[in-house]
Design a binder for this molecule. Structure first.
Ligand code: DC
Length: 228
């Protein structure tokens, strides 16, 4: 058997509950939690802030080459770019679109691929994103594809944004989630896709604690069957 990475890959569309589930799962397993969406958000935010065009070319190449990107210092300093702590700013609604747009560019994906690989190789981890089980860690020992209906995902996203004081309507969020699904699924490089060997989990109507308990059981069973 090929060597497997000590990593649980959790992929799925926006609002599938990945972030909270992955975070709590990592906590309860004593694994490191790695949020790759936060990385795309930070790059989208920073490149936009610097006024650099979202297209492959010298300007973006230079911008990335000079970028000091730090991930995972602690939860209040999750992403720091060029010394600026972006942890809260990247959760603003408009940053979702910046992240989705910048994530289409191979130069950006390559840049983050290296960071993600080196982080994930260090300890037992739960890494969440869109392409973790298919591209970043196809060798992860456990792969999960989390999903839920479009309406449920829009509702969850709205609740999350309301906690941060958003005034956006359900209809706006639904459209936004639909658009992001389309962008993330149809881009040429590393599109959102369930890996052939991933376990599909539809979380529509399933309480969060139950999702975590079920995943924890799956991970533990898999780890012990592999003698990890
Ligand atoms: O998970 P999120 O909503 O924070 O992700 C923001 C955007 O980043 C998402 O629209 C697509 C992109 N992304 C990606 O392309 N690949 C990943 N592994 C994670 C996120």
């Amino acid at each position: 058997m090929t060597k497997m990475t000590k990593l649980v890959a959790i992929d799925g569309p926006s609002g599938s509950g990945k972030s909270t589930v992955a975070q709590l799962l990592a906590q309860s397993l004593g694994y490191m939690y790695i949020d790759t969406g936060a990385m795309y958000r930070a790059i989208g935010f920073s490149v936009d802030q610097q006024g650099v065009a979202f297209e492959e070319g010298e300007a973006l190449k230079k911008c990335l080459a000079s970028m000091k990107f730090e991930y995972g210092k602690d939860s209040d300093h999750l992403v720091i770019v060029n010394g600026e702590n972006l942890t809260e700013k990247i959760r603003e609604h408009h940053v979702s679109k910046l992240a989705s747009d910048i994530s289409k560019l191979p130069i950006v994906r390559d840049f983050l691929f290296a960071t993600q690989r080196s982080l994930g190789e260090q300890n037992f981890s739960v890494m969440e994103g869109r392409d973790i089980g298919t591209v970043v860690f196809p060798d992860s020992f456990m792969k999960v594809f989390l999903t839920a209906t479009l309406e449920e995902r829009a509702n969850r996203r709205l609740l999350q944004l309301k906690r941060n004081g958003t005034t956006h309507s359900y209809e706006e969020i639904l459209e936004d989630v639909k658009q992001r699904d389309y962008n993330d699924t149809n881009r040429e490089i590393a599109p959102l896709k369930q890996a052939d060997d991933a376990t599909l989990f539809d979380t529509t109507g399933v309480p969060q604690e139950e999702v975590i308990e079920r995943l924890k059981t799956l991970v533990n069973e898999r780890a012990s069957s592999l003698g990890m």
